[in-house]
Each structure stands twice: as C-alpha cells, then as structure tokens.
Design a binder for this molecule. Sequence first.
Ligand SMILES: *Cc1c(COP(=O)(O)O)cnc(C)c1O
Length: 281
Amino acid sequence: MVPLNLLPDEKTADYIVTGEWAQYAYKELAKIGKKGNIAASSEADGFTHIPERSTWKLTNGAAYVHYTSNNTIYGTQFRELPDFGGSVAVCDMSSDFLSRPFDVTKFGVVYAGAQKNAGPAGATIVIIRKDLMEKPASKILPTMLNYKSIADKDSMLNTPPCYSIYICGLVFKWIENIGGLAKMDERNKKKAGFIYDAIDRSNGFYKGFAATRDRSLMNITFKLPSPELDEEFVKSAAAKDMIGLKGYRTVGGIRASVYNAHPLEGAEKLAQLMDEFCKSH
Ligand SMILES: *Cc1c(COP(=O)(O)O)cnc(C)c1O
C-alpha cells in the first residue's frame, strides 16, 4: 500500500534492508512495477546488526525511506531514531509499536499490525501525514488500498474488525494506567535486561545473535553450543511452562519474545532457568 499511495512512477524510494520483513517490503516494489533502491543492508552479515547510519546511501529526491524499527525474526532494533536526511520516513513498527515513546512528527507513515503489542490480529494501525495521502501516486489504485478513501470514512470504509479494535482500546487504557509509553519502555528494558544479562554472564555458553548495540528489547535471540542443546533447553523451559522459545526456522536457536503483555516475572524466570541450565550443562 505504501508504494501504491506514495511512490510516483518517475521517482524512486529508499529501503533499509535489515531483516525478512524489511526485505519483503522491498520485494513488493517489483511486483507492482515500481523501482526502489536498497540504501543500506545487513544481509551479507546475516542480518546480525543495523547498518551504521554513515554507510546509508540515500537518494536525493526519493519519495520516501522505508525501514523496519524492530526485526522480529533476527532480534535487532533501531534503538535510536535515525537521521533520515530530510527524506520522508516510512516505518514498519509492527513489532515494537507502543513499546516505547516515539516522536510521531518525524514520520510520514507509521504502520503496525496489532497482534504483537496492541491487540488481537485483524486490525492494522496506520499513522499517515495528511498531505501524503492527498494525491495517491498510482492511477489504478483499488479503493480498499487507498489510504485517503479509508481515512475519509473514519476507517469504516468496509466493516472493520470490531472485536480486535475494541481489545486494542482496552490495551491502550491498560498502558495509560501503567504510566504510559515511558513506563512501558522502562519495563521492557528491565525485562530484556534480565535475559541479556543471563547471556552475558554465561561465559559464551549462550551466544547472542544480534550485535550488542542493536539488541532488540522485544525479541531476544541466542544460541546454545549445539542444536541438540537448543532443543533440550526448549524442553526444559516447556517443563516450567515457558513456551514458544524455539527460534524462527531461518535463524534457529532460541527466540524469547517479551512484548508489552509479557510480565516481568516471566523474563526473570527465564533468566533463572538460563543460569541453571548453563551450570548443569
Ligand atoms: C509480524 C510482523 C509483520 C507481519 O504481520 P502480519 O500481520 O502477519 O502480516 C510485518 N512486519 C513486522 C516487523 C512484523 O513483526
């Protein structure tokens, strides 16, 4: 939807490719006959880090620069808001939306599937600068893919997923009651901290996948000394009611996802198991 609405045929758009979702976004361009430019990529290094800002090759006059703030599968995250060099920033925030405060005025478009931090699958959140949706770039844009058509009808162009939106509303209230996004950020740093500390004090028994400075606060990825031990660790965790720890198939190892709804105690309990397992193996 982003290129169909924002990218005219005569222009290009820059993409920062830092993982699978970022790459899918880039690949969609070719499918709709649009041209894009990979301004930076960490693919050659197996997506273990976020490319340094100084290495980005942004195009002068590009329609926008697209990036993914948190790489769900690899466990890397833009920990700071990058300098977009005056380009319109478009961000897939699916896996860290509402996990920390961000300056919305710095973005042209922010989009996020509800199901990681906001509520049940079905709803998608889009925040778009009004002027960017005034004149859609594509001449053959179906109404359902036109941001302005949707906004003009207050997101009720078709029947919206009411249940999903209702639960998102309850989650927003829950976040406000907890103390807002600043508090969420504090909690998330604490949660991820428990697990990263367990990695760091294991003398290399657990190997973190992400470069230390780009570690995600949402998805913590690591490996044990062998795939057999990875498997045994997952089993030990399941025996203590900690499930869903198997890494994504393209990465392997372990992935601990600690989204907003995950309690502090859960992260602490996992870190404890990591200490015990390291000692006993
Ligand atoms: C989960 C995720 C998606 C995909 O969401 P779907 O609703 O399953 O399409 C896209 N981008 C990122 C960064 C994600 O984490």
